[in-house]
Design a protein around this ligand. Structure first.
Ligand code: AVJ
Length: 327
C-alpha cells in the first residue's frame, strides 16, 4: 500500500512533489476538485459543448422504463423480492440520477438510495434537494472515497445492490487502473447485484476536442485550478497566465489529454514543499485523461475485471453509452 514519508503531510503534497520533479511533469486531475473546482465542473456540465451530461440525461430519460425493469428484478424471479439498495459512487448534484429515482418511486419500487461522494457539502445539498423534489424517497448519504466505501459496503447495504457510476468518471483512469476499479466493484458484488456505468464513446475527434476546449475558458480555468490550489495550499507562486490550456485527442487510443504548457522559461517556488520547479519554454504538465470507449474496449475491461455486459443503452447519436454489468 501507499506509504507517505515523513517529508509530506498529505498524499496531496507527496503527489504534487513527485509529479513536478518528474520528466515529463504531471499532476493528478483528482486534485482539481476543491470547492472552486467543484463549481467549475458544475459549470462545465452546463456548457453546450460538454455533450456528455446531456447525452446521459437523455439516455436515462428515454430508457428509464427498461432500466427500472432490469434493476428491479432479481435473477430468475424465484426468490421473494426483498427490494434493493441503489448505491451511487460520486453522486454529485444527482441531476441525472433524479430522473431514475423519480421513476422508481413513481412505480413503487422497493429501494433505498445510498449516494456516496467525497464531498460532504455536495451530499448535504443533494439530500436537501431530494427531500423537496422526491419526498417519498428513502435516502442515506455516505461520505467517503470510492475505495474506502466499497470496502465496507456490507456495513451499510443489507439487500441486493445496484451500483451506479455515471458521468464517464471511469474515463479519468488509464485502462489498467480502470480494470482495478471495476475489479474492486466486482469483488463487492453478489451474483444478483448489478453495476450501471456510463462510458463516453469514440466519435468525431473535433466534437471531443470542443468539449474540452470551450471558448469561454471554463475548462481552462478548471484545469488551471490545480495551480491555483497549489498556490493556496502549498504556498506557491504559479502565475497561471504563464500557462496555456492545451487539449489533444488520439483517435486510435481514444484518449483525450489535458495539459498546461509553460509559455516561457520560468521558475516556480512551492514554499511548503521547499521545492523550486524549473520550466523550459513550452514544457508541459500533463493534468488529465478523459478516455473514450467503444464496445470492444468496454467488453475487454469488463472481462479483465470478472464482469459481463448484460445490457447497454445509448443516445440517438451514439455519443455515449450506459452499460449494465453483472458478475
Ligand atoms: C468528470 C472525468 C467525466 O473527463 O469528461 C470535464 C472531467 N475534465 N472537462 C471528463 C472534465 C474537463 C470529466 N469527468
Amino acid at each position: 500500500m501507499k506509504t507517505t514519508s515523513t517529508k509530506f503531510q498529505s498524499a496531496f503534497e507527496e503527489d504534487v512533489y513527485k509529479g513536478l520533479i518528474s520528466f515529463p511533469k504531471y499532476l493528478h486531475s483528482k486534485y482539481i476538485y476543491d470547492q472552486k473546482g467543484d463549481k467549475l465542473f458544475q459549470q462545465i456540465m452546463d456548457m453546450p459543448e460538454y455533450y456528455l451530461t446531456n447525452c446521459e440525461f437523455n439516455i436515462l430519460q428515454r430508457h428509464k422504463d427498461a432500466i427500472a425493469e432490469i434493476i428491479g428484478e432479481e435473477r430468475g424471479k424465484l426468490h421473494t423480492n426483498k427490494g434493493f439498495d441503489l448505491i451511487e459512487l460520486g453522486a454529485g448534484d444527482g441531476k441525472k440520477t433524479k430522473i431514475l429515482l423519480k421513476h422508481l418511486v413513481d412505480k413503487n419500487y422497493d429501494f433505498k438510495y445510498l449516494p456516496i461522494d467525497i464531498s460532504q457539502h455536495v451530499l448535504d445539498e443533494l439530500a436537501a434537494s431530494l427531500n423537496v423534489e422526491i419526498p417519498r424517497l428513502n435516502v442515506k448519504i455516505q461520505q467517503g472515497t470510492y475505495f474506502k466505501t466499497l470496502e465496507n459496503i456490507a456495513d451499510y447495504s443489507e439487500r441486493r445492490k445496484v451500483i451506479l457510476v455515471l458521468g464517464s468518471n471511469i474515463g479519468n483512469l488509464m485502462h489498467e487502473d480502470a480494470i482495478n476499479f471495476l475489479r474492486n466493484i466486482q469483488q463487492a458484488m453478489s451474483p444478483d447485484d448489478m453495476l450501471i456505468m456510463g462510458f463516453d464513446q469514440k466519435k468525431d475527434p473535433q466534437k471531443i476536442l470542443d468539449a474540452y476546449n470551450d471558448p469561454a475558458g471554463i475548462t481552462e480555468a478548471f484545469n488551471k485550478n490545480l495551480l491555483v490550489r497549489i498556490n493556496r495550499e502549498l504556498d506557491a507562486n504559479f502565475d497561471v497566465d504563464n500557462f496555456l490550456h492545451w487539449e489533444t485527442y488520439d483517435p486510435e487510443s481514444g484518449t483525450a489529454k489535458s495539459f498546461l504548457v509553460s509559455k516561457i522559461a520560468q521558475r516556480v517556488h512551492l514554499n511548503k514543499l521547499e521545492l523550486e520547479v524549473k520550466f523550459d519554454a513550452w514544457e508541459s504538465i500533463h493534468t488529465e485523461i478523459s478516455q473514450k470507449y467503444d464496445d470492444k474496449v468496454v467488453e475487454w475491461l469488463a472481462k479483465e475485471a470478472g464482469l459481463s455486459i448484460e445490457n447497454s443503452f445509448k443516445d440517438r447519436e451514439n455519443y455515449y453509452k450506459n452499460y449494465i454489468f453483472k458478475r
